[in-house]
Design a protein around this ligand. Structure first.
Ligand code: NDP
Length: 405
């Protein structure tokens, strides 16, 4: 919460489409949702200045915030230039009060950057997952860190289910045969299986993990999960899902594993050589949570050796991934760039959620508890439930090696 003085809002967003904005969007709108699956209300700003279903998450879209922020007498700076030492982000952060960033194109708020921004009081994640902020430094500096809880959880769950099926059925190579003009069925099916009857597990059954379990149930698979807190017995029973105390126990019992915990010191590099070695040979691993939950080179090694039959997901470390990141070229992967949580549908929700948070902030009203990650010198709200204290931004400077040329 803050008073009415003019503030500088620094907003870091991904680049506009290099192929140009669509002359016409594929669809004329997006469905209107009345509430989230657990009854939480949708973002509720007093107004929005954008058209839901249009690109808002890139620089020109500006999350639809510019006129709102400037009409309140505040300054709004938006850029995609975030990583190099002489980047716009590095230059502008020194007197910023508020930083808005997205997990898809994260403006890493390291201890060094927080230290050089004495006015910085609020970091908003336009999405879910605030691991790009050094949460320990934010705690020590008494900053507020907030994210738009639920805004893209179902978007990610849909992507994870799609990628599990894509891996097990080996979809992408089959599509490749079609566009190359071939018809070689034997090649196309030599790694293709049915998921029916397989053991499918999630690491973490929070908003996304539970949504994945629910969506996988009709596929007639055996469901498994591990989490720090157990689901209510009636939910376990309805899903017929088996709880595992540890990730080790889970992976040993599964053919397909999907990761849905946040990145924090407890989960960093959880999937290393040792844990992957406990998986069944030929397992599939999907990671739409955070790249750093997996050990980069251990994943590549496991695909090379066949310990993993496939790896998919959309999260990398750092982001953007440098051009020589081994995941770009390792075998049997079906990775996307970090897109699952930024569908046009999701953008409308996180843009409205950021506006709601900013309205609260400018008017000195409390931000909803469910949006809070850090406040008052400690983890708060959703952050207190799902994160541990500490910093997971180490190594993020590598993002400066990304180049489009
Ligand atoms: P939730 O907070 O609803 O769920 C997170 C779950 O992870 C909680 O159940 C939490 O357990 C559990 N958890 C935390 N630490 C551990 C651990 N050490 N071992 C096992 N479970 C653990 O968040 P969401 O489901 O909405 O999102 C999860 C993550 O997905 C985000 O933090 C983000 O990193 C990622 N994400 C990715 C997106 C993308 O575009 N790819 C978009 C949105 C999110 P408990 O609370 O019971 O302690």
């Amino acid at each position: 919460m803050t008073s009415g003085a003019a503030q500088k809002v620094l907003c870091v967003l991904y680049d506009d489409p290099v192929q140009g904005f669509p002359p016409q969007y594929a669809r004329d709108g997006i469905p209107t949702l009345s509430q989230y699956p657990d009854g939480q209300s949708m973002p509720s700003p007093t107004a929005i200045d954008f058209t839901p279903g249009q690109l808002l998450g890139s620089v020109s879209g500006g999350l639809g915030l510019e006129s709102f922020v400037t009409s309140q007498g505040h300054q709004f700076v938006v850029t995609s230039d975030k990583d190099a030492a002489d980047s716009v982000f590095e230059r502008e952060i020194v007197d910023a009060d508020v930083v808005i960033s997205q997990p898809f194109w994260p403006a890493y708020l390291t201890a060094e950057r927080i230290a050089k921004a004495p006015n910085l009081k609020l970091a908003i994640t336009a999405g879910i997952g605030s691991d790009h902020v050094d949460l320990q430094s934010a705690i020590n500096r008494d900053m507020t860190v907030a994210e738009v809880t639920w805004c893209n959880s179902i978007s990610v769950a849909e992507h994870a289910v799609m990628q599990m099926l894509a891996l097990v059925r080996d979809y992408l190579p089959q599509y490749g045969w079609v566009v190359r003009g071939g018809w070689n069925i034997a090649d196309a099916v030599s790694r293709s299986y049915d998921i029916e009857g397989m053991d499918v597990g999630v690491v973490a059954a929070g908003r996304i993990g539970l949504a994945v379990l629910k969506r996988m149930k009709p596929f007639d698979v055996n469901l498994h999960y591990t989490d720090r807190h157990r689901l209510p017995p009636e939910v376990e029973e309805e899903l017929g899902v088996t709880f595992h105390e540890t990730p080790e126990s889970l992976v040993a019992a599964c053919d397909v594993v999907s990761i849905h915990c946040p990145l924090h010191p407890e989960t960093e590099h959880m999937f290393n050589d040792e844990l992957i070695g406990k998986m069944r040979r030929g397992s599939y691993l999907v990671n739409t949570a955070r790249g750093k939950i997996c050990d980069r080179d251990a994943i590549a090694r496991a695909l090379e050796s066949g310990q993993l039959a496939g790896y998919a997901g959309d999260v990398w470390f750092p982001q953007p991934a440098p051009n020589d990141h081994p995941w770009r070229t390792m075998p049997n992967h079906a990775l996307t760039p970090h897109t699952s949580g930024t569908s046009l549908s999701a953008q409308a929700r996180y843009a409205a959620g950021v506006r709601e948070i900013l309205e609260c902030w400018f008017e000195g009203r409390p931000i909803r508890d469910e949006y809070l990650i850090v406040q008052g010198g400690g983890l708060a709200g959703t952050g207190a439930h799902s994160y541990s204290e500490g910093d997971a931004t180490g190594g993020s400077e590598e993002a400066a090696r990304f180049s489009t040329t």
